[in-house]
Write a protein that binds this ligand. Structure first.
Ligand SMILES: [Zn+2]
Length: 436
């Protein structure tokens, strides 16, 4: 069969994804409508977020969930039959489409009420099953922090106090965000082939929902430029670590760079599947995991380099006690373990092995949620199902894969850029058989 046949199947996948977003409002992370798009009116809200930051209108109408279910099953059958005779250089693309249509099909069944275990859900959506975490690491890090963090009281007291000590004062938030955005932009430019036009405008203001870290407004895009405005919430509890995460991960060289690369690839190839990044899919697990790992690449995987950066760009700009910066490597280690703590809690809640109270007690034991947090707050650790698998565990899968495939960090940057433009495979990264 011809590439045109495959393009028709990919177009069907795209259409089903857009239609499904009507029932699954956070499912579209990024969408490229055509070679360029411009916001032509100022009729949009600065109070809530629309994904992918603009209305896709009638593109999402026309199909019920049951239609989507049936069509995705037919599409899977057609792709499987195409796979049997696919040309060698089409194999990755066909596999990518199969993985993504399977995720779409699973998500549709979930929306129709089907129940499944946590591990099966993450396997079918993201191609990932997180092994059970070594729980002794939670106790070990707690003891290490107890020894290292200043002040008296219990280990938990010290953690809550340290979190306050590395919190960014509201009046310094704008300069911290601007400085960090510029620095990550410069690091991305130094290591990747980028147009350099996609550094977002950075604003800070109070958003109605204090739990919302930021709100993005997309003003347009073309091959050379994503025009974005990022509004960071003054009422969000910003700490040094989540500034680093939010800028490096959400913008450049993380998600915005990925979207820029996907948009260019779509324009270069006309492959319909490149137009969209669906939240509940393997390519989302790739962008989430790699956007975390790429922050470490920015500092050549050296905790000392990262600490120097934090001291200079964040502690100093925010007027924080620079003497505390030396504790940041241990703090980052803790933050990684917190991700796994939350993964374990969401898995046990999903599988009904723990109650909300048990989950909240577990997280409070390690100061992973606020002391005053209600038990029910554990139901809202993340808006997207399987979040900590698609972020934290995915980061470690990406890390192991990158380490196995490359000799040094420069090669990792090239690998990252290549995968951003291609048909990635999460299972192929996991078993290290994937060759971009
Ligand atoms: Zn993300």
């Amino acid at each position: 069969m011809s590439e045109a046949a495959l393009n028709a199947m990919a177009a069907q996948y795209l259409d089903l994804t857009l239609c499904k977003s009507r029932y699954d409002d956070i499912d579209i992370q990024w969408y490229t409508e055509g070679p360029f798009w411009r916001r032509t009116s100022m009729r949009f809200s600065r109070d809530y977020k629309i994904l992918p930051d603009y209305e896709i209108a009638d593109a999402k109408h026309g199909k019920t969930l049951k239609d989507i279910l049936e069509e995705s099953e037919n599409l899977l059958a057609n792709l499987s039959s195409y796979q049997r005779t696919a040309h060698r250089d089409e194999k990755q693309r066909v596999q990518y489409l199969l993985d993504h249509v399977r995720a779409l099909n699973t998500r549709t069944r979930m929306l129709l009420g089907e129940k499944m275990t946590f591990d099966r859900m993450t396997e079918e959506l993201y191609d990932l099953t997180a092994p059970e975490y070594d729980y002794s690491r939670f106790d070990r890090i707690l003891e290490e922090l107890n020894q290292a963090l200043p002040g008296g009281g219990t280990a938990q007291d010290k953690i809550y106090r340290f979190r306050k000590q590395i919190s960014i004062p509201k009046d310094k938030l704008l300069s911290v965000m601007q400085r960090t955005t510029q620095e990550f932009h410069d690091m991305s430019m130094a290591h990747m082939t980028l147009t350099g036009n996609s550094m977002p405008r950075v604003r800070v203001r109070r958003l109605p929902d204090p739990g919302m870290a930021f709100l993005s407004i997309l003003f347009g895009y073309d091959y050379n430029h994503l025009e974005y405005e990022r509004n960071f919430n003054l009422d969000y509890p910003w700490t040094v670590d989540n500034v680093l995460e939010c800028i490096g991960h959400e913008m450049e060289p993380g998600h915005l760079t990925y979207y820029e690369k996907r948009t260019q690839t779509y324009i270069d190839t006309c492959w319909p599947e490149m137009a969209v990044v669906q939240q509940f899919s393997p390519s989302s697990a790739f962008t989430e995991g790699s956007a975390r790992y790429v922050i470490s690449m920015c500092f050549d995987h050296s905790p000392e380099h990262r600490t120097d950066f934090e001291r200079e760009a964040i502690f100093r700009t925010a007027g924080l006690d620079e003497g505390l910066a030396a504790l940041m490597p241990l703090w980052h280690e803790y933050c990684e373990i917190v991700g796994y703590g939350k993964l374990e809690v969401t898995r046990k809640l999903w599988d009904q092995k723990w109650s909300c109270r048990e989950g909240a007690e577990f997280l409070k034991k390690y100061a992973m949620i606020g002391r005053e947090a209600e038990d029910e707050s554990v139901l809202h650790l993340a808006a997207d199902d399987g979040h900590f698998v698609a972020h934290d565990y995915a980061r470690d899968v990406v890390k192991e894969y990158f380490n196995a495939m490359t000799q040094n960090v420069e090669e990792q940057w090239r690998l990252y850029e290549t995968i951003c433009c291609g048909h990635m495979s999460m299972s192929g990264m996991k078993d290290k058989t994937y060759r971009p």
